[in-house]
Design a protein around this ligand. Structure first.
Ligand code: 5GP
Ligand code: MN
Length: 333
């Protein structure tokens, strides 16, 4: 089967799959590759490891992987099932079923998008509204707060009991994608209660995922936040605030330190929209967008070749920092 680049819509989007058919597909798989998105977060890795653990327990050959970076971020190193992770270049070229978790488009698989071609069938499990339905089968619930919440429904329908190890992985995606339950939708607290009842240590899990940074994080924040700019007139006076993290700012720091910056910038009361430009290589940028009430940043990101959710989206781009900031201001209106 073919796959599409990040920017192009799927030529003919296959319809979304009912839960039972997704379960039948998983149940019948004879070998499985589970792919997480590039620059993985706890929702994609938590989903990948939970599903991988279920297959491993059934005795089904399974690999879990993401294309880049080469190392799992330190904050996720204690998630159960990390031994199922294989380096990107060791991912089998042929497999019965490929499952992509938390990926809105094939481009989010990075170089591992190539593995779609050698999979007999593929299943996309996701909650991004902008999902391009790039799998042969797609289980997309854009009302779900996290991909791990979608996966919980899959496990329930499949008859998979959720023990502490699975709950740990599922909670990791739930707590991070809800901003520690600041913006969870209906059901997120009920799901948390159910996962916590397995005995997992939620405080320790959350501290490791969200509240642990090396000392070098502090001077990086000082320098990046000092250069933040506010454009009160952007988007009909709703306001835009942005900050730029250059490679020189983040040298020696991990993904957690870089990804934390948007959560500080987005608290700016004078701006409805927040952006953080993260330099990944000279003149190459990964951009995080956030909004609060009435700006759909997924639509803005899609205009710039990316995607995401209404209040949290992103895209990749290239150019000088002045150029990429100007392009965002133009797209935002
Ligand atoms: P973050 O700012 O945390 O990296 O991403 C926020 C949201 O935007 C996530 O849901 C993520 O999937 C989406 N996103 C971030 N970068 C990209 C990108 O380059 N392409 C697409 N399609 N979505 C992105
Ligand atoms: Mn997610």
């Amino acid at each position: 089967m073919t796959h599409c680049p990040d920017t192009a819509p799927a030529p003919i989007a296959p319809p979304d799959l009912p839960l039972q058919e997704a379960v039948d597909l998983l149940d019948g798989a004879t070998s499985v590759t589970i792919l997480c998105h590039v620059q993985p977060d706890a929702d994609t890795v938590g989903s990948g490891l939970a599903l991988g653990t279920v297959f491993a327990r059934r005795g089904t050959p399974v690999q879990v992987a993401f294309a880049s970076p080469s190392e799992l971020p330190a904050s996720m190193a204690t998630l159960p099932g990390v031994d199922l992770l294989v380096p990107a270049d060791r991912v089998a070229h042929e497999v019965d079923l490929l499952v992509a978790v938390d990926c809105g488009s094939a481009g989010r698989l990075g170089t591992l998008a190539s593995r779609l071609d050698g999979a007999r069938r593929s299943l996309v499990i996701d909650h991004h509204r902008s999902n391009t339905r790039f799998g042969t089968f797609n289980l997309i619930d854009d009302a779900a707060v996290s991909t791990t919440a979608v996966l919980t429904e899959v496990f329930d329908r499949w008859g998979v009991p959720i023990d502490a190890d699975l709950a740990h992985c599922l909670y990791a995606g739930l707590v991070t994608d809800t901003g520690s339950f600041r913006w969870g939708g209906p059901g997120s607290h009920a799901l948390a209660e159910r996962l916590l009842a397995t005995g997992i240590d939620a405080a320790a899990i959350t501290r490791r995922l969200l509240d642990s940074h090396p000392f070098g994080w502090l001077p990086m924040l000082a320098s990046v936040l000092a250069s933040a700019e506010l454009f009160p007139a952007a988007r009909d006076g709703r306001g835009l605030v942005h900050a730029v993290i250059r490679c020189t700012d983040s040298a020696g720091l991990g993904a957690e330190e870089i990804e934390s910056v948007i959560d500080i910038v987005r608290t700016t009361a004078e701006a409805e929209v927040a952006a953080v430009f993260k330099e990944t290589a000279p003149q190459s940028w990964s951009v995080s967008l956030r909004s609060k009430d009435d700006v759909d940043v997924a639509a803005v990101a899609e205009r710039l070749g990316g995607g995401g959710h209404r209040f949290a989206a992103g895209y990749t781009t290239s150019g000088s920092s002045a150029d990429v900031v100007a392009a965002l201001r133009e797209a935002l209106g």
